[in-house]
Design a protein around this ligand. Structure first.
Ligand code: ZN
Length: 132
């Protein structure tokens, strides 16, 4: 299990260091700013939604490694899915970081499983869910 924890840690650190989709897009039709005063995390999220589907998603922000990596991995997971699928995925992600999904039934979360360890640190749950 500790090998897996190391691997998860590595993915989080990599996404914190080189966040994916970190930009202000030329065009977007939704945006939101999130702030987590407990930790000082700030995220601005940009979405281009076309016919109920997330055509493009990007973010900018600053804060702890968990919040930035969560935003980065989230943008990867969201591109191309429908708003309905997003809501379902967020429900699953929230259950993951609050420890409500048992090990072995997380396959549908893909790379997002790297945040499973967050459930052991309740103060970090807000960091991981802020971008969502
Ligand atoms: Zn944080």
């Amino acid at each position: 299990m500790s090998d897996l924890t190391d691997l998860y840690q590595e993915v989080i650190l990599d996404h914190n260091k080189s966040p994916r989709n970190y930009r202000e897009p030329d065009s977007f039709n939704r945006d939101a700013i999130g702030h987590n005063p407990l930790c000082g995390d700030r995220i601005r999220l940009y979405l281009q939604i076309e016919e109920g589907r997330i055509a493009d998603v990007a973010f900018q922000g600053s804060g702890c490694a968990i919040s930035q990596a969560s935003a980065s991995l989230m943008t990867e997971a969201l591109k191309g899915i429908t708003v309905e699928e997003f809501e379902k995925l967020f429900g699953r992600f929230h259950s993951l970081v609050t420890g409500k999904i048992v090990e072995g039934s997380q396959q549908d979360l893909g790379k997002l499983v790297v945040f499973s360890g967050v459930s052991q640190y309740p103060v970090r749950v807000k960091c991981a869910t802020l971008p969502w």
